[in-house]
Design a protein around this ligand. Structure first.
Ligand SMILES: NC(=O)c1ccc[n+]([C@@H]2O[C@H](COP(=O)([O-])OP(=O)(O)OC[C@H]3O[C@@H](n4cnc5c(N)ncnc54)[C@H](OP(=O)(O)O)[C@@H]3O)[C@@H](O)[C@H]2O)c1
Length: 312
């Protein structure tokens, strides 16, 4: 196959692989977005795939280039596909555009343009230096990957996922002596949502009823991950022992806020994603005030039925 025969199909496939890699680190990268990169050879074959793993560490494309350098295959890279426009500024790490230019890669495929005005301009810089740059390939999927980052950049507020489980009678309340009524598969989904989050928001009613741990257990968590646990408790009913236990489990516990106060607090943090795990009272407040982005409904059944809605 000649290089000219490498086409949109190869680019899309490379971005799909890059998205899959980036998704593994969703929840670990805040305040940065999850980003994936994939290198193709002259025939469109995948040489390497990488993702940004944690803020302060290498960006996806920089990591990928380092790995290719180590394997001595850097010269074989003829196309680099990246889910997000490479950064063009020095932050905690040097500009990725410089690394791409130094590597001599002739073609760069970009999924989503960077919504961050500070980092924007990478595509133009690469083009100005004679590279072929194709932008907005698989754009919808790449924008979906960075939905939380994009919202935070554009509005200052993190992405809010409201999760609610309903039993066959349409109630959220578990039977006496139990903390849940959903299937093991739904439990895995719930823990995947936790893993993605930087903060968990709950109400005093849930804590008084269940003393939930809110830790990620049914899937492996990101190593060393710290989350906020925000407890809305206007009547100060939560026992100190619960708070101390949550702190021991790695949470930064924040109490004594109103719902609006909680969002004002979150705006000042690096959090990109908030998971609301509350009972009917707080869940309904979130719905009434229309302050959710993603609504995950689990309906008990055989098997459970999961419904995911995104706010328009
Ligand atoms: N099925 C599920 O998905 C699910 C998930 C979690 C919990 N639950 C169940 O839900 C039950 C507890 O229900 P719940 O409704 O009492 O729990 P909740 O919604 O977690 O907590 C309600 C409490 O939060 C406080 N709060 C503060 N600001 C609020 C606001 N803006 N809107 C609403 N509440 C606010 C209130 O206490 P103050 O007035 O003291 O501030 C209120 O009593 C438990 O049985 C638990 O097992 C089910």
């Amino acid at each position: 196959m000649s290089p000219s025969q490498i086409n949109q199909k190869h680019f899309q496939l490379a971005l799909k692989v890059a998205i899959q890699e980036a998704q593994k680190f969703q929840g670990a990268t805040a305040p940065n977005p999850p980003v994936g990169a994939c290198a193709l050879d002259k025939n469109g074959k995948v040489l390497a795939v990488s993702a940004h793993q944690r803020a302060g560490e290498d960006h996806a494309e920089a990591l990928l280039l380092k790995e290719c350098q180590e394997k001595n295959i850097i010269d074989q890279i003829k196309t680099l596909a990246i889910t997000l426009e490479p950064c063009n500024h020095t932050g905690k790490t040097p500009p990725c555009t410089d690394a791409i230019l130094q590597a001599g890669i002739p073609r760069i495929i970009i999924g989503a343009m960077d919504p961050n005005p500070k980092a924007h301009g990478g595509a133009q810089a690469l083009q100005d230096n004679g590279r072929q740059v194709i932008t907005r390939v698989l754009e919808k999927e790449c924008l979906f990957l960075i939905r939380a980052f994009r919202k935070k950049i554009l509005t200052g507020t993190p992405w809010i996922t409201l999760k609610q489980a309903f039993n066959k009678q349409g109630s959220m309340i578990p039977p006496k002596g139990m903390k849940t009524f959903t299937s093991p598969t739904s439990l895995i989904l719930a823990h995947e949502l936790r893993k993605r989050s930087d903060a968990i928001l709950t109400g005093s009613g849930t804590i008084l009823a269940d003393s939930p741990l809110f830790t990620v257990r049914h899937v492996p968590d990101h190593p060393g991950k710290k989350r906020f646990l925000i407890v809305l408790d206007r009547r100060c009913q939560i026992p100190k022992s619960y708070t101390q236990e949550a702190q021991k489990n790695g949470f930064e516990v924040v109490e004594g806020l109103t719902l609006n106060g909680a969002f004002d607090f979150l705006k000042k943090t690096d959090a990109l994603e908030v998971l609301v795990e509350a009972g009917p009272a707080l869940s309904q407040s979130i719905l009434d005030q229309n302050i959710w982005d993603e609504h995950v409904l689990i309906h008990q059944g055989k098997p459970d039925r999961v419904e995911v809605t995104f706010r328009k």
